[in-house]
Ligand binder design. Structure first.
Ligand SMILES: [Zn+2]
Length: 419
């Protein structure tokens, strides 16, 4: 017990000291924060939240004056948003390395994965011209194979993936859950054996459902682990072997934003302060994801961080219905999973679209060829499930189609699209 409380106190003290240090540095060195006129004691609750559009607008003022003259030599990470204007974050090499180190430490500690391990990554970046061939490249060291997700659009491309998996001997895979689902299905349907070398699979970019995580883990005989990160922050949270999604407190300080204020925990939009990026300090950045955040808690794995209980998806991918019920991909996905269980797992994939003007929820369901005769049962069971969850007073439209591995390629980041 004594050991725990000392550990807690020390860990918390270090974190608080590091937060204080970045806050003071930001106020002293960045125009954006100097203008806030925070005098006396600098504490995080005196900082307003930083929205994505404010980051884009104030990117020069957010840059520390110490790096203005050497701006050209800095590392740039960027993410493209729905607006089409990318968010750009600058890093001095030492800040960047400090920021990514905690994730690498945990990868190595739990799964023996190091930067030297052979990796296959699935990337959302691709060239414009897409034919039936898989776009992929291997780095000069020969230990990193990158595959463009958008080019997975034919049986031919699926076959190439299976061949690459067998020939490349990867130690680990870095992949979006929706792509992993397709690959598992393809292997299964063709009775292929999964490669034996894979000892770890890291899922990124989308909400990873527990049921699928277990399924994929059994299929590949390897742990499938959730990593929640962003281009602006690097790693935000990482799942430990006891299946807790820990906020990586050596990299970010997490808070929760709801009803116009920041709270230390609760359900709402995640607010992040990067404690390693002194090049372009991001204090109380609204990341755009709805989560349920707990207070610091000692886990069986030995870490005492805040934990994320659920990631409900992007703020822009949830919506309040006329009946005042909020829908998001988790709530709708749960309805489908209940129906799927009742109907003996005939649903292979699904997506939703909600039209706010027409007050219509479109549900797309993909089933195996011979299950199309179940259309009516699927529709009725789903309708019942929706109504049971208060998803009513709207129109419903269903589209139940034969599954193939390449449906709506490139749009799969959003299980629920709001228009
Ligand atoms: Zn843990």
């Amino acid at each position: 017990m004594l050991k725990c409380s000392i550990y807690k106190r020390k860990g918390m003290e270090t974190l608080m000291r590091r937060i204080k240090s970045i806050l003071k540095y930001a106020v002293d060195n960045c125009n954006y924060y100097s203008k806030l006129n925070i005098d006396n004691e600098i504490t995080i609750d005196k900082f307003p939240v930083l929205r994505r559009k404010e980051l884009i607008k104030n990117k020069n003022d957010l840059l520390s004056k110490k790096y203005i003259d050497t701006k050209e030599q800095l590392l740039l990470t960027f993410s493209s948003g729905t607006s089409g204007i990318p968010v750009e974050v600058l890093w001095h090499n030492s800040c960047y390395l400090r920021s990514i180190r905690p994730l690498w430490e945990r990868r190595r500690k739990y799964y023996g994965i190091t930067p030297l391990s052979r990796k296959i990554e699935f990337t959302l970046i691709s060239e414009d011209s897409i034919n039936n061939n898989l776009q992929y490249s291997i780095n000069s060291n020969g230990d990193l194979l990158s595959i463009a997700v958008k080019s997975i659009n034919s049986i031919n491309s699926m076959e190439t993936i299976c061949k690459l998996f067998a020939d490349f001997n990867p130690d680990w895979i870095y992949i979006q859950p929706s792509t992993l689902i397709r690959i598992v299905n393809y292997y299964r349907d063709n009775c292929y054996t999964p490669p034996k070398t894979i000892k770890y699979i890291e899922c990124i970019g989308e909400v990873l459902q527990d049921s699928f995580k277990k399924e994929a883990s059994i299929f590949f005989s390897a742990p499938v682990v959730n990593m929640y990160g962003s281009e602006e922050m690097n790693c935000i949270a990482y799942e430990c072997p006891f299946h807790s999604l820990h906020v990586l407190s050596e990299n970010v300080y997490a808070e929760c934003y709801h009803d116009g204020d920041c709270y230390s925990s609760g359900r709402g939009e995640i607010v992040l302060t990067n404690i390693n990026n002194y090049t372009m300090p991001l204090i109380r950045y609204l990341q755009g994801d709805i989560v349920e955040l707990s207070e610091e808690k000692l886990c069986k794995c030995g870490y005492r961080d805040k934990m994320i209980r659920t990631i409900e998806g992007r703020v822009r991918n949830q919506c309040r219905l006329p009946s005042n019920i909020i829908i998001n991909s988790i709530i709708l996905g749960d309805c489908v999973r209940i129906v799927n269980k009742k109907l003996h797992d005939i649903i292979k994939e699904y997506s939703f679209k909600y039209d706010k003007k027409k007050k219509t929820l479109y549900t797309s369901i993909f089933v195996k060829d011979d299950d199309l005769s179940w259309k009516k049962q699927i529709k009725n069971a789903l309708q019942q499930e929706y109504e049971k969850n208060g998803i009513d007073e709207i129109e419903y439209k269903y589209d139940i189609k034969k599954y193939n591995y390449f449906l709506e390629v490139g749009k799969k980041n959003n299980i629920l699209e709001i228009i």
